[in-house]
Write a protein that binds this ligand. Structure first.
Ligand code: ADP
Ligand code: MG
Length: 302
């Protein structure tokens, strides 16, 4: 399959801090690629280098075969970017914001009109075209930012933490939108620190920790690396120990060997387990972000 992003040996330091350290990754045309890691892992720094916003200290990036240094304009033309904190003009209406953005991209007014008519129904923004940006909720602002970033018909859409700060309803709506944008043929590269988002939305996931890509694959491939089933043994003092097993019979067999006074549960393993196994880092659940309870896989890396 063709790669739309080929990044090799990317590195970026801020003083003595290596924010991104010798990172090589490939993203295939047409996929939703999730870049998962805790806060401070180097996700934004990476996305800024991939999208030509910041030059790497070393390494190279090619977008659809165009080197972002040598063929900057061709590479840039293929990219749409939604940064974590997007910059809509709050005093302008949705329509004015979109047209302003399109004209900045040198898209002629007539052409712009037909593109807007094409994208707006997908985003369900028809009713809000004359609403001022400041009156929109976070989820609707994000939709407008998506329209702005798609107006020049990029082949790949980069989204930095697209659902951070959104309520559950807006997050679900945004996932639906990301899937429909992807179905039109646009590759999506998104960063996230929500394990559930990476697992349920992305075709392939790269896990980044301390500036290094530590593992990559489909969510299922990553889970299978450690074992598809987790056996959780909780002792009377509340101490948990987790072991991973390739199948249910193996997990059940191991459960029989646990001390009789322990509480035992077997559940499917998830990307949180993968992260924990590979990094040894503690994973905590956020309470202020999308609800993490209810599903054993809905756990976030903080
Ligand atoms: N402009 C900057 N100046 C100094 N340090 C930075 C700058 N940008 C990022 N960093 C540091 O680099 C590391 C990676 O940051 P970032 O890429 O923003 O991580 P993430 O997006 O995964 O949360 C962090 O330790 C952060 O504090
Ligand atoms: Mg970030």
């Amino acid at each position: 399959m063709d790669n739309i992003i080929s990044a090799q040996g990317l590195a970026k330091s801020f003083g003595s801090l290596k924010a991104v350290d010798d990172l090589t990754l490939y993203v295939r045309k047409g996929e939703i690629y999730g870049f998962l890691g805790p806060n401070g892992a180097g996700k934004t720094t990476t996305i800024r280098m991939l999208t030509t916003m910041d030059p790497p200290d070393s390494g190279s990036v090619a977008i659809d075969g165009f080197d972002t240094r040598k063929d900057f304009i061709e590479a840039r033309r293929r990219i749409g970017v939604i940064q974590q904190h997007h910059s809509l003009d709050k005093d302008l209406t949705v329509k004015e914001n979109i047209y302003h953005h399109a004209l900045m991209q040198n898209i002629p007014f007539k052409e712009c009109k037909s593109r807007v008519e094409e994208i707006i129904p997908l985003m369900e923004l028809q009713e809000r075209m004359n609403t001022k940006a400041e009156k929109l909720s976070g989820g609707w602002k994000k939709r407008v930012a998506i329209v702005c970033s798609l107006i020049h018909r990029p082949e790949i859409l980069f989204m930095d933490e697209p659902t951070t700060g959104l309520d559950t309803q807006s997050r679900n709506a945004l996932w639906k939108l990301i899937r429909s944008i992807n179905r039109t043929g646009t590759t999506v590269f998104l960063t996230t620190h929500y394990i559930f988002e990476a697992e349920s939305l992305c075709d392939r996931v790269g896990i980044i920790n301390k500036g290094k890509l530590i593992v990559e694959g489909t969510p299922q491939e990553l889970r299978s690396r450690i074992g598809d089933y987790a056996l959780v043994v909780t002792d009377p003092a509340g101490e948990e120990s987790v072991s991973y097993h390739s199948d249910l019979p193996a997990a059940r067999k191991a459960a029989q060997e646990a001390p009789g006074d322990c509480v035992i549960s077997i559940r499917p393993s998830n990307l949180e387990d993968v992260f924990l196994e590979l990094t040894g880092r503690k994973i905590r659940c956020s309470t202020s972000r999308p609800r993490c309870s209810g599903s054993p896989t809905a756990i976030c890396v903080i």
